[in-house]
Write a protein that binds this ligand. Sequence first.
Ligand code: MLT
Ligand code: ZN
Length: 484
Amino acid sequence: MTAVSPTPTDPARLLEELGRILGPTGVLTAARDMDPFCTDWRNLYHGRACAVLRPADTHELSAVVRLCAAHGVPMVPQGGNTSMVGGATPDDSGREIVICMSRMNRIRGIDPHEMTMEVEAGVPLKVAQDAAREAGMMLPLSISSEGSAQMGGILATNAGGNNTVRYGNARELLLGLEAVLPDGEVFHGLRRLRKDNTGYALRQLFVGSEGTLGFITRAIIQLQPAPKEVEVALCAVEDAQGALALFSAFRALDPALIQAFEYMSGTGMALVNELIAGASLPLEQPAPAYVLVELATPRPGTDLRAFMEGVLADAMEKGIVTDAVMGESETQRANLWKLREEHAEAQKRAGASVKNDVSVPVARVPELIARATQACMDLIPGIRPAPFGHLGDGNIHFNVVQPVDMPADAFLARSHDIMDAVADIVRDLDGSFSAEHGVGQLKPYMMAEWRGGAELATMRRIKEALDPHGLMNPGKIFPPAAPR
Ligand code: MLT
Ligand code: ZN
């Protein structure tokens, strides 16, 4: 099959035709209107766009994608713009069009028998969670950016977060999917079947594709029963080895109760206490490291509290836990969670930071933290490693904050040295350089080294088959191809 090249762009004609499809409020072209869509949450990437489009439904999206494809214009899908790896930011050529999904924000239905929810891509995760709760169920995916992050982006990046330990990543919650392909065709995969072995599971191809294969427009998500009993504890531990021992203690007794098992370093917790209004550590004194554990059950009357108290008392007796506090009310539980959820924001306020969203087999988390801490301190004296994250699934955000007296630019100039030093250790521990944030435009250079050979070659063939002109979210995931 020979690929037919799209016609070269005539920007004025293209914008006029887009305006006819989307109406005047659906196309933004003024720099001040487009600016928020051209910078990422971390303020690392500053692109320029030829326009920002705001389609209201799949039909409009399909029409604009068809048109952009015909004009050979690259498209960048954008949900809540919360990517940590620049995955939704255009480049600085001014040629790319950002397609913002926020107007496609309807919850199309909740089925109490199937325990499913059908959402459009632009529904913020928090809105979907609240709707599930009102219907007496739970959408079991929780991330720090849930107030802004949208369902389409969450699926496109296969987001994980706090509940992966129990329910898996976004991929595991997905039953059906609709997407607009790079030529504007609509892929209709909105099935709600648990069993459907009819060839390749194409819907899963879009999950984790980071918008490089098409736009996710609608999805059917598996819900869970709402918990009837929830307990949250914040525990002080000596180090990550202690945190792992506590995880094993809970897991040995009842892994099905663990809803979240989060690790935090003393450094990260100190930053939260210093920089986040209303945050305060409810323990006698600061500790070298902390665990936040949440247990939950949909069965009433199980006395979850007694179970948690028992495990913690035993852990304290063994010296695994040095201090602990359990939330007594919903407000107290939320305050404990705040100490964990504000880590990213506190680090942003503390100055420049380098994020390493990595995963290793759970048993190797302590070694990862110890070795990566040492490696970073050897690299830059005064650097502040503040690792935290989802110990229960092996995903640690090995984030490091700049030394207090180092200029931010000078620190960021060492980003790749830091990322490479951490990645070397992660590789040695059989881990991954990207656990839940994706590759975006921050890490394509790592793909060749980590996913080279048949794996990357196969991904390229899939990309070329669906998007032969490379118009979908260019510059993300793939390193530039080696010249033939
Ligand atoms: C989180 O779990 O809070 C994040 O994924 C954020 C981060 O890496 O900074
Ligand atoms: Zn995370």
